[in-house]
Design a binder for this molecule. Structure first.
Ligand SMILES: NC(=O)c1ccc[n+]([C@@H]2O[C@H](COP(=O)([O-])OP(=O)(O)OC[C@H]3O[C@@H](n4cnc5c(N)ncnc54)[C@H](O)[C@@H]3O)[C@@H](O)[C@H]2O)c1
Length: 349
């Protein structure tokens, strides 16, 4: 019997030992580890896999989460004669987990893959939930499939080499999980003066929140949409910076932080949040995330990006808003004027 049903999450001190046991006991015909240059240097040496495996490398960065890299990896898998019994191990952040998951889900109509998230964001969010894919035509995650990894191994020791800004980027998703699902956690985040204090507990709690949500709605028909809070405007901001200035693209978490503030402003304007709650949300997020450099002329581009959002239905821009801290409201049909007002409010902060 497979002791690691789809999807098991293994975390904690013995996580890499569990991984090695899993590899030793498995009967895969070949094992391929997908890394980028940073995870190759900092994380791969800790794996010490007990079996022969191939190592494939892609360049790091959001700009490399694309079909060109998928083609390269599919070609390599094919040249290595990897068959359907191959296991792909994604060792990296959200970019690598998303792209590697998509590569595995489509190669030979699908091979097993597992995620070993190495960033805070991937541990709490991107590595869990089965959304795989790549950016296309200037749009985030435009091509992809839902498919779960067979296992996720969460080893917080990897965070030791993660650059500060990347750490912060992942923290945005921890704040999001608290805002949509856990008022007590948000209160404790609001008192936090050192972002790394108690991070192990927060990672475990945060990924449990996400896991509970995706377990009850894998294909985002209902409650899973709560996870989109901050992401309608956030993704548009990410696309704006990616297209306008690819060398200085902002981090996903930075975009989501601004997205959460602007979407909280819309929630407040709809009287779903009180003035005190909005103020608290703005203060907590602004404490960690500096304001993004956008100008009033960008607003129409941002709205255009939102018009192409996968979350839209029948040309309606459907947002997840907050209905008090720790509660959410999904499928809110938000107008361009409301988006524009929220961005103007953000610019005035
Ligand atoms: N699938 C989902 O549900 C989901 C959810 C949220 C975000 N995402 C996606 O996640 C992506 C962002 O992920 P991310 O923030 O992890 O960024 P990332 O994957 O680009 O990694 C950030 C950087 O850190 C480096 N790195 C990774 N681990 C390291 C370590 N332990 N030590 C040193 N350096 C390390 C990487 O090489 C990279 O340069 C976006 O593409 C976003 O769309 C997906």
């Amino acid at each position: 019997m497979n002791p690691f049903p789809k999807t098991a999450i293994l975390s904690g001190a013995n996580c890499l030992t569990d991984l090695r046991r899993f590899i030793s006991e498995s009967s895969y015909s070949s094992i391929v580890v997908l890394v980028d240059e940073n995870t190759q240097e900092f994380c791969y040496p800790l794996l010490k896999l007990p079996r022969y495996h191939h190592l494939l490398k892609v360049n790091s960065g959001e700009e490399n989460k694309n079909l060109a890299n998928c083609l390269e990896v599919w070609k390599n898998l094919s040249e290595l004669e990897c068959d359907r019994k191959t296991l792909l191990i994604n060792l990296g952040g959200g970019v690598l987990c998303d792209m590697g998951g998509f590569i595995a889900s489509t190669y030979l109509r699908g091979i097993d893959f597992l995620n070993i998230p190495t960033t805070l964001l991937a541990m709490c969010d991107a590595g869990i939930g089965g959304k795989t894919g790549v950016n296309f035509n200037g749009l985030k995650n435009q091509i992809g499939v839902f498919n779960d990894p067979i296992s996720i191994f969460i080893n917080v020791d990897f965070l030791e080499t993660l650059p500060e800004k990347q750490f912060l980027s992942g923290y945005a998703e921890i704040i999001k999980h608290a805002l949509i699902a856990d008022k007590v956690m948000f209160k404790s985040i609001s008192k936090q003066d050192d972002i790394k204090k108690g991070i192990i507990k927060q990672v475990l709690h945060s990924h449990k929140i996400k896991l509970k949500i995706v377990a009850s709605d894998a294909f985002e028909k209902g409650v899973r949409k709560s996870l989109n809070f901050g992401h309608s405007i956030g993704h548009a901001l990410e696309s704006l910076f990616l297209v306008n200035d690819p060398q200085n693209a902002i981090f996903h978490g930075e975009a989501v932080a601004a997205g959460m503030i602007t979407e909280a402003i819309i929630s407040f304007n709809r009287q779903l949040l009180s003035a005190g709650e909005l103020e608290m949300i703005i203060n907590v997020i602004s404490n960690w995330f500096p304001k993004l450099k956008i100008s009033p002329v960008d607003i129409s581009d941002i709205i255009d990006y939102i018009s192409n959002d996968k979350k839209n239905e029948y040309n309606r821009k459907l947002f997840t808003l907050l209905d008090g801290i720790g509660h959410y409201s999904i499928n809110n049909d938000v107008t361009d004027d409301e988006i524009s007002q929220s961005l103007e409010h953000y610019l005035s902060l």
